[in-house]
Each structure stands twice: as C-alpha cells, then as structure tokens.
Design a protein around this ligand. Structure first.
Ligand SMILES: [Zn+2]
Length: 254
C-alpha cells in the first residue's frame, strides 16, 4: 500500500480523468479513508469547475473568421467538407481550459515543494536551538552563582585522583571532570552517584571511563532536577552501570 503523501500527484490527475484505471481504483479507496485527501480533492474539483465555466462561450474575432472562410473557399473541394465539420475556433475553449488546468497543476506542485522546503528549514532551526540550549545549560552549571560545586578526592592511594562535580538544581545540569584516575579492570566502569541530603538512596548520575592520561569528562545537561546533594561519590561498577553503588567508594566529596 502506498502512503498518504504518495497520492499527492494523483489528486490532480484523477480530477482531470488522466489517472490510469488501476491507479484510479487505488486512489478511490484511499480517498474513502483519508479526509485530508478528500478535502484537497474537493478543492481541486471546484477550481477545475471554475476554469471550465470561465472558458465557455468565447467567439472567434470576425476578421479571423472571414480570413478562414476565404482560405477554405480556395481549398480543393474534397478537403473543404472535412474542415467545415469542426471549425478551428471550437477548440479554443477546450485548449484554454487545458492550458489553465496545466498551469494550475504547475502552481499546485510548486506549492507542495515550497511547503516541504519550509518544513526542512524549521527542523534545522529547531536542531540549532536545541544545541544552543544545551551549551547554555553547561555554561550556567559551571559559572552561575546558583550552581553548587563539589571537589572529589580519592579515598586511598597516590597520585591522588581528583574529581569536580558541578550541579545546577534548577535545570538538573551536571558537569563532572576528573584527573589522575586509575585504569579500570576489563568490563568495569566508573559511576558517579549523587547522595541526597534527605537520606534517600543514592541516585546514579552516569558512567565514565578515563582516557590514557587518567582524565575524564562527563556532561549531563538533563540529569535529575531539584535534588539536594549532600555529596557526590564514585564507585567502580560493571560495564553497564548499576542501580545501587557497589562498595567501596573510590572518590567522595562534599
Ligand atoms: Zn491521503
């Protein structure tokens, strides 16, 4: 089955009785179940009716008529009867109607294509706005006075791993950076936890792995909003992270 968009061209062709019978049958079936196509079809039909009305009753100018009749007189007899059966001006309304219909079809297609371009542009601009919003959230989380910052240090060994978590309650934006992290065992990952003030269970805030120099950065623009962190902590967890922290805590900070 073809989808609704693919019937766009059929609308006009069907109205002009130019659609091959098999396609016309398919289109009729679609028309029965698609109110949008039915509305467009009715619109096109009424436009075509107006075109037909406006092209009725045009008469050839007198001078052209005389010239034509003279030309016919000069023709050899056997051909005259053929010419006279259907005078040339009788084709004028049909021709004008066909021309206007073709012009209408052209405009209608152009309209469809412009509408599609507009939709594409709108999508692009929404994407750009989303990127901008994300950058602004990160910047706010790092620099705004409303944002709270946490420094995390290792609970054991040297050189001392250090972490910094910046969290903005209003937007839930969380930025975490760490240095001097120890390499991980295979299929393990570091996981950051927000430990709330009210004593409820630690909230998982994402997993991260250090690079070759032991540095890590994790940006979560839309983490949990409105949490009151008592502290942040880091544990080592299985590859896909955990729902509750696995002891021991390797870094913690108030
Ligand atoms: Zn449709």
């Amino acid at each position: 089955m073809r989808d609704h968009r693919q019937f766009a061209d059929d609308l006009v062709l069907y109205a002009l009785h130019e659609l091959p019978e098999d396609q016309a049958a398919e289109f009729r079936r679609h028309l029965e179940e698609c109110p949008q196509c039915r509305r467009e079809f009715d619109e096109i039909n009424s436009q075509l009716a107006m075109l037909a009305l406006s092209s009725v009753g045009s008469a050839p100018p007198q001078r052209s008529r005389e010239r034509l009749l003279n030309a016919i007189k000069a023709e050899p007899r056997p051909r005259r009867s053929i010419v006279m059966r259907r005078p040339w001006w009788s084709f004028v309304p049909t021709f004008a109607a066909a021309l206007l219909a073709a012009f209408g079809l052209m405009l209608w297609r152009e309209n469809v294509s412009l509408r599609q371009k507009l939709e594409a542009t709108q999508q692009q601009s929404e994407q750009r706005q989303a990127d901008l919003d994300r950058s602004r959230l990160v910047l706010d989380a790092l620099t705004s006075p409303e944002s709270s910052h946490f420094a995390l240090v290792s609970t054991k060994s040297l050189p001392v791993p250090e972490g910094k978590a910046s969290y903005m309650r209003k937007t839930g934006t969380l930025v975490f950076t760490a240095q001097h992290l120890e390499g991980l065992p295979p299929e393990k990952t570091y996981q950051l936890w927000l430990i709330p003030k009210n004593g409820t269970k630690p909230m998982p805030c994402g997993t991260f792995k250090p690079d070759a120099n032991g540095n890590a950065v994790m940006v979560t623009p839309y983490a949990e909003k409105d949490a009151w962190p008592k502290m942040f902590a880091v544990t080592i967890e299985p590859e896909n992270g955990s729902q509750t922290p696995t002891m021991p805590i390797v870094m913690a900070g108030l």
